[in-house]
Write a protein that binds this ligand. Structure first.
Ligand code: FE2
Length: 315
């Protein structure tokens, strides 16, 4: 057990969407994956019957095509796809980088931001207007051979439908895919350092997803903007760096991932605490996943490890 740093952009691009997805950190609740798919998913359709998926788009634009309609996506979008949804990913170019959270538990917005009716409250960092469901419903009344790959019990099952899966003429209900742009997250700031729950975007019974967005630093006259050293006891902490300079870290590049396992203290790198004094704002953009159960590191993760990260506080 040690802190790890992974160079996410070293995951090699692959043509096929499913082949390109590489699990890097996993437990029985969640699988964190990196993907650099080159081609649109055209020859078959995909359905994850085990998990809800959150696909964070780091690079690339295109369209998520689903049985309930389409969702155009771009840099910074979280695509939330409930389990059982048949979908395809259409990319505009071959330059795509995705960070994917595959969850055995349903993905919700944080309960503390919702009222008794389920509506998002005024102090929530985002609201219903920021969540975009599918539109542009395509109804294909076609017969033929349509391949559906269904993931169930971690195995892929291939089904051949005799009619086009996107033959829906209308739908109703509250279980649908949607997108939320990280750029629409309104950061919560304070006079003194605000703890990570202010960044929370999604919750499940087994982990949370947080968005670290460009924001003003703490504005107490004696505040030190860099966070304090801490040791999580309730969760393993995964940070996926998207853009901007990260305030408490050195040598951070886009696509870099850090894993700080529960029980090991961590905090700002030497010098970054002092450097942060007097700074007014940060342009950092990052996605954090805190899992309540420990994460296991896969072979694919060790292949992209930046060696010696756990000793980087000694430099
Ligand atoms: Fe932390």
């Amino acid at each position: 057990m040690k802190a790890l740093s992974l160079k996410g952009f070293q995951i090699k691009p692959e043509d096929d969407f499913l082949d390109s997805r590489k699990a890097i950190l996993v437990n029985s609740d969640v699988s964190l994956e990196l993907a650099a798919p080159r081609k649109s998913l055209k020859d078959y359709y995909y359905k994850n019957a085990d998990c809800d998926e959150v696909i964070f788009v780091h690079k690339g634009t295109g369209k998520l095509r689903t049985i309930l309609g389409n969702i155009p996506f771009e840099y910074g979008d979280y695509l939330v796809i409930p389990r059982g949804m048949i979908y395809q990913m259409e990319f505009d170019t071959e330059e795509n980088r995705l960070f994917i959270v595959e969850s055995k538990h349903p993905i919700y917005t944080p309960k503390r931001y919702r009222n008794w009716f389920g509506q998002l409250l005024e102090h929530s960092p985002f609201c219903e207007r920021d969540l975009h469901g599918p539109s542009d419903l395509e109804t294909h009344d076609e017969l033929g051979d349509f391949e559906i790959r269904v993931k169930k019990q971690d195995m892929m099952h291939v089904y051949l439908y005799a009619s086009h899966p996107f033959d829906v003429v209308g739908w109703d209900g509250y279980n649908f895919p949607y997108k939320f742009s990280i750029h629409d997250f309104e950061p919560i700031t304070g006079r003194v350092h605000q703890p990570p729950p202010v960044h929370q975007t999604f919750e499940t019974g087994a982990f949370v997803i947080c968005s670290f967005c460009p924001r003003l630093y703490d504005y107490h006259p004696k505040s030190i903007p860099a966070p304090y050293n801490h040791s999580n006891i309730d969760s393993d902490e995964v940070l996926y760096y998207v853009d901007g300079e990260f305030m408490s870290r050195k040598n951070v590049e886009p696509g870099l991932i850090s894993l700080h396992p529960a029980g090991i203290p961590h905090g700002p790198h030497p010098g970054t605490m002092e450097k942060s004094i007097g700074e007014k704002e940060t342009l950092e953009l990052a996605v954090m996943v805190d899992t309540f159960k420990p994460l296991m590191v896969t072979k694919a993760a060790l292949d992209i490890e930046a060696p010696g990260y756990y000793k980087s506080w000694l430099e």
